[in-house]
Design a protein around this ligand. Sequence first.
Ligand code: NAD
Ligand code: UDP
Length: 318
Amino acid sequence: MWRRKRVLVTGGAGFLGSHLCERLLDEGNDVLCVDNFFTGTKDNIVHLLDNPHFELMRHDVTFPLYLEVDEIYNLACPASPIHYQHDPVQTTKTSVHGAINMLGLAKRVGARIFQASTSEVYGDPEIHPQTEDYRGNVNPIGPRACYDEGKRCAETLFFDYHRQNGVEIKVARIFNTYGPRMHPQDGRVVSNFIIQALQGEDITIYGDGEQTRSFCFYTDLIEGFVRLMATDKSITGPMNLGNPYEITIRELAERVIEMTGAKSKLIFKDLPADDPLQRKPDITFARNTLDGWEPTVGLETGLGSTIEYFRNLIAKHG
Ligand code: NAD
Ligand code: UDP
């Protein structure tokens, strides 16, 4: 007999998590959102609170959790360098203890589990674009290590629970993703540039701005999440999910200035330690495995909707 799936989303009050909760509710699931509100906020999910199929629980994933669920999306972890470097020990704990706790839960209840891993597992990559078999170039003792190595260890745990206990896993390596509900103060480049432009401030480029990133709009990414979760159990990943359209940070700044009509100037600051020089996903595996999945929202459209979001946010809260 058909029954609703019970889906747990950790980090469900964050940028990606809140969009994922919405999508899963639209598909007729019961959704349990777990978050400690470190970087997430109730504002991101307040519109879901009246839905009888949505439940919110304040909980820190570094502590065990006992529930009955069919699927788990493990997104809990601060994602921006400013936030994950704020309390690096807690960041590593969130990735590692969080993974152990969620994998333990998955093992106990026989749930399928998805891990929000990251392109940061490739560190400052020596091969370009990055394919899943590339093992990365990560500094294990630098300021980004709490995040990069935490996520690498989480991947190790996922594959060990899979091999040792038969847990069904789906590991996605997410490349830079942006859109409405990004935290306005999290210091990530898209939100920083848009807010600076809208407030008529100078745009802060770290380094010479020739470093590259490839930006994916959140709707394309969430589609990839849901398709990956629905694949046959033989598909474990790791799978790159992102948009292969690559641009320099300087070009991004120029686009934002053009689209907002701002008078901001570009100012150059020091490049943070271990900041990757280039990043672009090879998405061949995802395209071949997820029924031809690929990003459909171009930078112009995605930036347009993100600018609109921050314009409204500034008008409301200043
Ligand atoms: P986000 O900071 O908006 O969301 C993370 C959420 O996790 C927040 O709601 C936060 O409060 C919650 N959280 C943090 N620590 C927790 C803990 N110990 N217990 C419970 N909840 C906790 O970031 P996001 O961009 O939505 O990222 C979501 C996930 O995707 C993260 O795991 C991140 O590493 C991964 N990811 C994101 C990107 C991206 O570009 N957005 C890229 C690569 C990987
Ligand atoms: N960056 C920048 N100015 C900013 C914020 C970020 O030039 O105000 C740069 C940053 O140094 C990096 C790139 O933009 O090279 C992407 O930074 P972000 O923090 O968004 O993501 P990540 O480095 O994790 O890819």
